[in-house]
Unconditional design. Structure first.
Length: 178
């Protein structure tokens, strides 16, 4: 069943996929690795990437209207839905925080059992690499166990949100380090 016609929403440029039209109007590329807290988010700029300020993060998620609810699905894990709600209008911060927390939670035993054996080897390799890159916290991370982000197999950099015309959900695009 096709969803009812939804009015177009113009997302804030920080949430959009980075491409030549943003580059043409002088918008910097956002570097957001969803495995690390928002304090590590940066705008890619020369010569040094600058961190996002609270004023950057607190921008409304939509430019032309107040958006108070979003459902986000990941193209790599379509079964994983993220609900973002804020009665006073969703901010970019709310979207980034929900993405971070949704993918950085430890998998339950039931969720681990659902990973196919063939895929589990790759997920465990990703897990070990993530733990090893955690500065000074390798053993702590290993003790915590597999996280949802490990199922993404290293594709953890935010590449923007889109909304297909056939769906009311937003699609989270992730990839390797840009």
């Amino acid at each position: 069943m096709k969803p009812p016609h939804l009015p177009p929403v113009n997302l804030h440029w920080q949430l959009l996929p980075y491409h030549s039209s943003l580059r043409a109007i002088g918008k910097p590329q956002l570097l957001f690795d969803i495995t690390v807290p928002l304090t590590q988010m940066r705008f890619a700029a020369e010569p040094y990437p600058r961190p996002l300020r609270n004023t950057d993060l607190d921008k409304p998620a939509a430019d032309d209207e107040e958006l108070d609810e979003m459902t986000i699905e990941c193209e790599g894990l379509p079964e994983k839905l993220i609900q973002v709600r804020r009665s006073r209008g969703i901010r970019c911060r709310d979207v980034f925080e929900k993405i971070y927390w949704a993918y950085n939670r430890v998998l339950s035993e039931h969720e681990r059992e659902k990973i196919r054996p063939k895929e589990l080897v790759r997920v465990q390799e990703t897990f070990k690499a993530r733990c090893a890159s955690s500065p000074g916290l390798t053993k702590y991370e290993e003790h915590q166990g597999l996280r949802c982000v490990d199922k993404l197999l290293g594709r953890t950099f935010f590449l923007g949100l889109t909304r297909p015309t056939s769906s009311s959900n937003w699609v989270l695009h992730l990839g390797s380090r840009p």
